[in-house]
Ligand binder design. Structure first.
Ligand code: NAD
Ligand code: ZN
Length: 294
């Protein structure tokens, strides 16, 4: 695919989303171009780390930056203050300073946890999101919401922390499971439903190719999703109005996730069911004919 850059316009906190295929070996150069360095802390999880961390660390070093790596546990249960604490301890023990960038390599869990650590470490250090799930590429890595869960509920502790760069490489999806990939597609469908009927039609027409991860429709779906998210975030960064549109299906989704127990069903799976539930419950009442619909 031809690499594309989408700009999230937020005044002096604007940042690029760079989307391409198999370009991550050049991450260090991209960091340099974004003015990030000279040191970095690569945060990943125990599933993504063994597959990708060495390669990404080498890519960062290739741009002349120093890099240290830390892994947190994987999955929703790792979205905790304990994970944040382990990152802060690791960074402070290594005498990081305000120029040390946190590079979040992983799905939405790593992005949210590492992003929150970047927001509070030394009152804020640079943040680079390197999403490795489809869900994180089209949603979690863009927009600056970071945080962790509390026993009382999901995402109850957190901060807005916009990244300095979002580096999307579709090659990461090669190692992503089928179930995680489908979960991410739910958020792609959401963008079509909330903002762009033609995009929705494109998704319908290319459903099979998207499920087969065909590079061309996949690249278009990721880019268009990021574009819509970038526009909504630029218009309403702190969710005082329009940004709530991104929560389509999520009221039900969060209820499903909480009821099932966090981590028992995937976020995207809950969103898929949540969008169906929201559509059904917003349908005007239908007059019953011979007891149908029940
Ligand atoms: N901040 C936001 O705006 C925002 C938006 C949407 C969702 N979220 C959050 O994101 C989280 C869900 O993110 P997710 O769906 O990416 O889940 P995740 O981060 O838990 O990743 C899913 C699983 O896939 C593994 N994985 C990730 N990339 C892989 C790869 N390339 N190859 C092999 N395995 C890989 C992970 O280790 C994990 O086990 C939720 O906590 C949700 O609340 C945040
Ligand atoms: Zn979501």
């Amino acid at each position: 695919m031809k690499p594309t850059t989408i700009q999230v316009e937020l005044g002096d906190r604007s940042y690029p989303i760079r989307i391409g295929e198999a370009w991550i070996d050049g991450l260090g150069v991209a960091l340099g171009e974004a003015g990030i360095g000279p040191s970095s802390l690569l945060v990943t999880d125990e599933s993504v780390g063994p597959i990708w961390a060495d390669r990404v660390a080498a890519g960062i070093r290739g741009g002349g930056l120093a890099v240290e790596s830390i892994q947190i546990a994987s999955g929703e249960r790792a979205k905790s203050l304990e994970s944040v604490r382990s990152i802060l301890d690791f960074a402070l023990e290594r005498r990081c300073d305000r120029t040390t960038a946190i590079v979040a390599l992983g799905g939405g869990v790593v992005g949210d946890v590492a992003g929150f650590a970047a927001a509070i470490l030394l009152r804020g250090v640079p943040l680079v999101q390197v999403p490795t799930t489809l869900l994180a590429m089209v949603d979690a890595s863009v927009g600056g919401k970071t945080g962790v869960n509390h026993p009382m509920g999901k995402n109850l502790i957190g901060a807005f922390k916009q990244p300095d760069l979002v580096a999307v490489d579709l090659a990461f999806l090669e190692t992503l499971s089928e179930a995680e990939y489908r979960s991410g597609l739910a958020e792609v469908v959401k963008y079509g439903a909330i903002a762009d009927a033609r995009f929705f039609e494109f998704i319908e027409a290319n459903a099979k190719a998207l499920l087969q991860r065909k590079p061309e429709p996949l690249a278009r779906a990721v880019a268009r999703s990021c574009e819509i998210k970038a526009q909504v975030v630029a218009a309403d960064e702190l969710e005082s109005g329009l940004r709530a549109i991104l929560n389509f299906g999520h009221t039900f989704a969060h209820a499903f996730e909480a009821t099932a127990g966090f981590g028992s069903i995937r976020h995207g799976e809950a969103v898929a069911m949540g969008m169906m539930a929201a559509c059904r419950s917003s349908r005007p009442p239908v007059k019953s004919i011979d007891g149908w619909p029940p």
